[in-house]
Design a protein around this ligand. Structure first.
Ligand SMILES: C[S@@+](CC[C@H](N)C(=O)[O-])C[C@H]1O[C@@H](n2cnc3c(N)ncnc32)[C@H](O)[C@@H]1O
Length: 266
């Protein structure tokens, strides 16, 4: 596609008030088959459909993920959780079992498995259509032999002391905040992936004691959090029995991950 067409698309996006008009025009022109196709994509974007839905893909970590309106578009902030979780996973060979509760596109689990070839992973989600996307993403990134995805309500179907590492990025936005978010999120992303109840903490109240139950002694749990949820979530970790409970900030300096360790038996 010519630079003239790219400039026309960028101008349309900019005039519509989109911040990243130049970069988005470039992505659209790379993905479009011709000028007419690029114009259709630009019109969808101007109606505030997320770019990931229009392109059908989103980069995350080193992976290229298939994305539809059935899953949350993985955020760059979530790479903080991946970075922290990798510190807990040994680099040497040997059995190592990871579970990702609320796996969505499979982003977190697949990023971890891409870095640790001897680990195996299970992703759980209560959305059947999300699991279809997660399976497609495992295949697309050559990780299908290490990853399994099952339908479930958090850890309900999982046995005690079954995993070395448990991760989760649950829905954590307070219901009334959700209504005020930008249209890309509010109108296009699945509310099941976002809505954390009145104070945003509903999922953590169920999840954190379950994370403790399903971990082997010596195992680790990490969850993503909203910027103002660190104290409440750390308290839930401590109440569940975790030790070494700590918080990690994202690149913007906001609290983003809470982690805890399940002490080994002595
Ligand atoms: C914030 S999204 C995270 C998706 C993905 N892990 C990521 O980080 O991009 C939360 C996910 O939790 C799933 N979920 C919500 N309630 C659930 C439940 N009761 N049991 C299992 N998964 C659930 C949603 O379908 C959604 O995929």
């Amino acid at each position: 596609m010519t630079s003239d067409i790219r400039a026309i698309i960028a101008r349309r996006l900019k005039d519509a008030g989109l911040d990243n008009a130049q970069a988005e025009a470039r992505f659209i022109c790379e993905a479009a088959s011709d000028h007419a196709d690029a114009e259709i994509m630009a019109t969808r974007r101007i109606s505030r459909e997320p770019l990931s839905h229009i392109l059908g893909t989103q980069p995350f970590w080193t992976l290229d993920l298939k994305i539809t309106s059935d899953v949350l578009t993985p955020r760059a902030d979530t790479e903080t959780l991946v970075e922290q979780a990798l510190k807990a996973i040994p680099e040497k060979d040997g059995d190592y079992a990871i579970v990702d509760l609320g796996t969505g596109s499979g982003a977190i689990l697949l990023a971890l498995l891409s870095e640790r070839s001897s680990a195996t992973g299970l992703g759980i989600d209560s959305s059947r259509s999300a699991l279809d996307i997660a399976n497609a993403n495992a295949a697309r990134n050559n990780l299908a032999s290490h990853a399994r995805f099952d339908l479930g309500n958090w850890a309900d179907d999982l046995g005690d002391e079954s995993f070395d590492l448990a991760v989760s990025n649950p829905p954590y936005i307070a219901t009334d905040v959700l209504a005020r978010l930008e249209p890309e999120v509010r109108d296009y992303e699945p509310h099941l992936a976002l809505d954390g109840g009145v104070d945003g903490l509903d999922a953590y109240r169920i999840l954190i004691s379950e994370l403790f139950r399903i971990l082997v002694p010596g195992g680790d749990a990490l969850v993503e959090i909203g910027f103002d949820q660190s104290e409440a979530v750390q308290a839930l970790f401590e109440r569940a029995g975790f030790v070494n409970v700590s918080m990690t900030r994202d690149l913007a300096g906001n609290p983003r991950v809470v982690s805890g360790h399940k002490a080994a038996k002595r």
